[in-house]
Design a protein around this ligand. Structure first.
Ligand code: UTP
Length: 287
């Protein structure tokens, strides 16, 4: 079954990147000249997704404004003859069919995904975490969708994480199935050292069957008192099995200061307008 729908949870408080995220959603933080969430929407579209639901919350209206038309700005660009930028601005509002729903309380990623219940009822859907930008020629979400179409099981985008960092992520019980594809039979969110299954963790992308909504509805709060998507996927993995895809791109965590800096350097160095000068500038800095 082709995956046509995607959910982008973007309702978190972003406490790790305060004060930048105090009045501006962290999902709107720019990587050079484009907000993080636009990279994520573009990845979804390149993966064949047609309908997107963004989960927002209070103070996140700039996300909606960004994907809307902007008549006053467009008029000004037209009058100034800045046709290329004009077309770029209009294209943002035509990227996909985007809808929004508010998560009224920030009760965790699992709770945010549950807000998509009526949007995705009865069909599998992709989840792209709103603060995880993955840069790649092959869209990571598309790699996961292909695995869902092949195996008919829930799919997680995975990568190995350094042992001392695992406590911030989750840890997966994995067995190799094919090149960069694994069977996932169990998982644990924010593992203690004695709970670690492997260094593989889920990073930013999953494709789920709509049964996940029933599991999430009955789920008690987990790590940090939040409704954890990992706890719901653990039930799914133990019941039906899941598939892990070691996606090919590089993932940047825009909810984390170092992640933001790395993303800006990577994109900045390849940027057609400023890349060369930026590279010269970096070489000139004495560290
Ligand atoms: P994070 O756990 O990284 O986001 O969730 P957070 O809660 O904003 O982080 P900190 O710890 O306070 O810095 C991953 C994604 O899920 C969304 C976030 O917006 C982010 O894009 N999320 C998280 C929700 O939509 N709702 C929630 O209740 C929690």
């Amino acid at each position: 079954m082709k995956i046509k729908k995607a959910v982008i949870p973007a309702a978190g408080l972003g406490t790790r990147v305060l004060p930048a995220s105090k009045a501006m959603p962290k999902e709107m933080l720019p990587i050079v000249d484009k907000p993080a969430i636009q990279y994520i929407v573009e990845e979804a579209v390149r993966s064949g997704i047609e309908d997107i639901l963004i989960i927002t919350s209070r103070g996140k209206t700039t996300v909606e404004d960004h994907f809307d038309r902007s008549p006053e700005l467009e008029e000004r660009l037209l009058r100034a003859g800045k046709m290329q930028v004009y077309h770029e601005m209009v294209a943002i509002s035509e990227l996909a069919n985007i809808q929004y729903v508010r998560q009224k309380e920030t009760k965790g990623l699992g709770h945010a995904v549950l807000c998509a219940k009526s949007f995705a009822a009865g069909e599998p859907f992709a989840v792209l975490y709103g603060d995880d930008v993955i840069l790649s020629d092959t869209p990571a979400c598309g790699e996961l969708c292909a695995a869902y179409e092949k195996y008919g099981l829930g799919v997680a985008g995975i990568k190995p994480v350094a042992t001392e960092q695992l406590y911030k992520y989750c840890s997966l019980a994995v067995e190799p199935l094919a090149d960069r594809i694994f069977k996932v039979s169990d998982m644990v969110e924010k593992p203690k050292p004695e709970e670690v299954f492997s260094n593989y963790a889920i990073l930013g992308r999953v494709v789920l069957p709509s049964d996940i909504f029933d599991i999430l509805t009955d789920l008690p709060p987990g790590a940090g008192g939040e409704i954890q998507l990992t706890d719901a996927m653990k039930i799914l993995a133990k019941r039906d099995g899941m598939v892990g895809v070691e996606f090919s791109g590089e993932r940047y965590d825009m909810g984390n200061k170092l992640g933001i800096l790395k993303a800006i350097v990577q994109v900045g160095l390849k940027h057609p307008e400023v890349g060369n000068e930026f590279a010269e500038y970096l070489k000139s800095i004495k560290i």
